[in-house]
Design a binder for this molecule. Structure first.
Ligand SMILES: [Zn+2]
Length: 138
């Protein structure tokens, strides 16, 4: 499988994984309920065995669920964020904020909070580089 098809099927794969997680979670609940039932029937050996299986399945499904959520979240941030650089030429105060529609370099903004007679100006816009990729390059 090439990398492209892998990326395309990753979404389908996570739904497939979710399905498995739900099944394992269901089995865990059934095992725990059976454990309670076995305990009520004085079959403590079976109850303990079912509790171990149930807890194990519960932990596994939680871990897989957490991992899938994390991968899904990291896939969402793939589009690079554009930041706007704002600077006051008078006092040199520099701030950054999310890029907004209509932002352009040398556009004048609201007055500087430190010096009311001067206006802040956009001095640049740049794409935020993902930290993970940066550390990978080093
Ligand atoms: Zn200023």
């Amino acid at each position: 499988m090439t990398q492209n098809t892998q990326q395309q099927s990753s979404n389908k794969f996570s739904t497939y994984l979710m399905f498995i997680v739900l099944i394992v979670l269901g089995l865990a609940v059934v095992a725990l309920f059976s454990a309670v039932y076995a305990y009520m029937l004085d079959n403590t050996m079976l109850a303990g065995f079912l509790i171990i299986i149930g807890t194990f399945a519960l932990v596994i499904s939680c871990v897989v669920f957490y991992q899938t959520k994390r991968t899904a979240a990291s896939l969402k941030i793939e589009a690079p964020k554009v930041m706007t650089f704002i600077e006051c030429k008078n006092c040199g105060t520099k701030t950054t904020r999310d890029f907004q529609r209509g932002d352009y370099v040398f556009k004048e903004l609201a007055t500087c909070p430190k010096c009311p007679e001067h206006k802040q100006m956009i001095t640049g816009a740049y794409k935020e580089i993902k930290e993970k990729e940066k550390t990978f390059a080093v």
